[in-house]
Design a protein around this ligand. Structure first.
Ligand code: ZN
Ligand code: ZN
Length: 90
């Protein structure tokens, strides 16, 4: 099923099928990798991924088993490592 029109914003994805039927599904953004997941029909958001208790926000299925590694914190960590290396003269 190829949608002829689709958009996803404000936590809701909406698309129109060729037959003219408009579909809307809730979406959520993974708090770790910022990927938007569309919650499938007959599924709950909790079934489509995970929930990080440190971020208090949903994660995608790909991040669900990886613990709390938000990409912002990943960046901070590599920047901190860079500063440490620099301060050691490396
Ligand atoms: Zn993710
Ligand atoms: Zn987290």
């Amino acid at each position: 099923m190829i949608p002829c029109r689709a958009r996803a914003d404000g936590g809701t994805a909406e698309w129109t099928h060729a037959g003219g039927a408009v579909m809307t599904r809730p979406t959520f953004t993974c708090c770790h990798c910022n990927r938007v997941t569309i919650v499938p029909v007959a599924a709950r958001a909790e079934d489509c991924g995970g929930f990080c208790r440190l971020c208090m926000a949903p994660t995608c299925s790909g991040c669900a088993d990886k613990g709390c590694t938000p990409f912002e914190r990943e960046l901070e960590r590599s920047e901190a490592a860079g500063r440490l290396m620099a301060s050691m003269g490396l």
